[in-house]
Design a protein around this ligand. Structure first.
Ligand SMILES: [Zn+2]
Ligand SMILES: [Zn+2]
Length: 415
């Protein structure tokens, strides 16, 4: 077995790894780089036979989880390309397709299931469900020719599925030759750890309680762990949680009745203009029909603002501006803080200032802390680590020893 990291050896995001055995090939992730200057529709594809035209030797393209830096070029591959992805992850990306250009529809799919091996030509692939800020995320064991490669994917140990990673660390696959290891947080402050999702609940409660008027929370509609955190804080503060139709659709796509849904007590659904436009354009009225009993309309919203917490994204500023008499007290930033420094969000900062909206942060990382990266690395004794999805290669070389950093496009023969 041999493999090549086409992108990701010195970069967070845009990951793409090709694996070859006996003339057959697999691809792990086909991500869009996290570089604003790159266009997903025109960026040159990696030189993988099967990417530009169908190739029977490409047995499958595995999407480890539904983050764009891992699937963002998938729509460029031939329609018949066989994909492997979690069932809920696929449903989430399909649900998103109506509302955002980042959605994805795949036609030839095998579902990844926790710890259920899949045989594909010379390869056996065993997915391991992990904790991450994307729902339905997997690490992957790939076996062929008597050799074993383990891909950590993106993971963490402080979210709502932490137990899964702890089980993996306590009882890892044995005799792994190569560990493809993510290193996103290397280079961030070493001391302490990251707060858990549950640690955020009391912080969120404090901020909501001291807010006059509406509390806005800027979080991803696909960060389901965070939506649960938010719901818990809303129940404690007796506020209703207002989510947009896109988020309600994503929650439905998880097909998990134990997980927050639009019909739960204290949840309301708001239809921003851009989403209404998309529903009308695509005649997707059936998609939003189930939300009707929970809909909150623009004219009623201002009167309920002080009893509400609203899931927010900067694209909703116009919707809020149109509501007469709406008092907004606070914006809680529950995404990576770097987005606020981003030039694209200057308008948001100016808007908050002009409206007298206080800005606070309440967030935790989607990725494992350095100390947890080391714990996962150390459980694969006898393996060589190859770092991926990172910037701090020198730190990885030291912390993940024995470690063999590669460069993009370089093949590594496991023989
Ligand atoms: Zn990633
Ligand atoms: Zn991710």
């Amino acid at each position: 077995m041999r493999f090549c990291i086409h992108r990701g050896t010195q970069e967070i995001g845009g990951t793409c790894v090709e694996i070859e055995s006996q003339g057959k090939r697999l691809v792990l992730d086909i991500g869009l780089p996290l570089d604003d200057n790159i266009d997903a529709s025109t960026m040159p594809l990696h030189p993988v036979p099967g990417f530009d035209a169908p190739d029977p030797a490409l047995l499958g393209v595995i999407i480890s989880h539904p983050h764009q830096d891992h699937y963002g070029l998938a729509h460029r591959l031939p329609k018949e390309t066989p994909f492997l992805i979690g069932k809920a992850a696929q449903a989430i990306l399909e649900a998103a397709d109506l509302f955002t250009p980042a959605g994805l529809r795949l036609s030839n799919v095998t579902h990844l299931e926790n710890r259920k091996p899949i045989a594909l030509g010379p390869f056996t692939i065993t997915p391991f469900l992990v904790d991450h800020s994307a729902y339905d995320s997997y690490a992957l064991l790939v076996e062929a020719d008597g050799q074993r490669l383990f891909y950590s994917g993106d993971f963490r140990t402080h979210g709502r599925k932490a137990r899964l990673v702890e089980e993996l660390i306590a009882n890892p696959p044995q005799d792994v030759d190569v560990l493809l290891m993510e290193g996103t947080t290397l280079g961030r402050p070493k001391a302490g750890g990251f707060p858990t999702e549950d640690d955020l609940v009391p912080d969120m409660i404090d901020l909501i309680e001291k807010t006059r008027g509406l509390t806005l929370v800027w979080a991803s509609g696909q960060n389901i762990d965070r939506l649960v955190t938010l719901y818990k804080a809303c129940r404690k503060t007796r506020r209703q949680l207002v989510i947009d139709a896109y988020t309600a659709t994503v929650l439905q796509a998880t097909d998990n009745p134990n997980l927050l849904q639009h019909d739960w007590t204290g949840v309301r659904v708001f239809l921003p203009r851009s989403q209404k436009f998309q529903v009308m354009k695509e005649k997707a009225f059936k998609t939003i029909d189930p939300f009707k009993p929970k809909r909150i309309n623009d004219d009623k919203f201002p009167a309920e603002a002080s009893q509400s917490v609203m899931l927010f994204r900067p694209s909703m500023i116009g919707d809020l501006d149109r509501m007469k008499g709406l008092e907004i007290g606070r914006l809680i930033v529950s995404v990576w803080g770097g987005y606020l420094q981003d030039g694209r969000n200057e308008k948001l900062l100016r808007w908050c200032e002009s409206q007298g909206i206080a800005i606070d942060s309440c967030h935790t990382s989607g990725h494992a802390h350095q100390s947890d990266l080391i714990r996962l690395r150390e459980c694969f004794t006898g393996s060589v680590a190859v770092p991926v999805h990172l910037q701090e290669v020198a730190t990885a070389t030291e912390l993940f020893a024995p470690c063999k950093p590669l460069t993009d496009g370089q093949w590594f023969d496991m023989k």
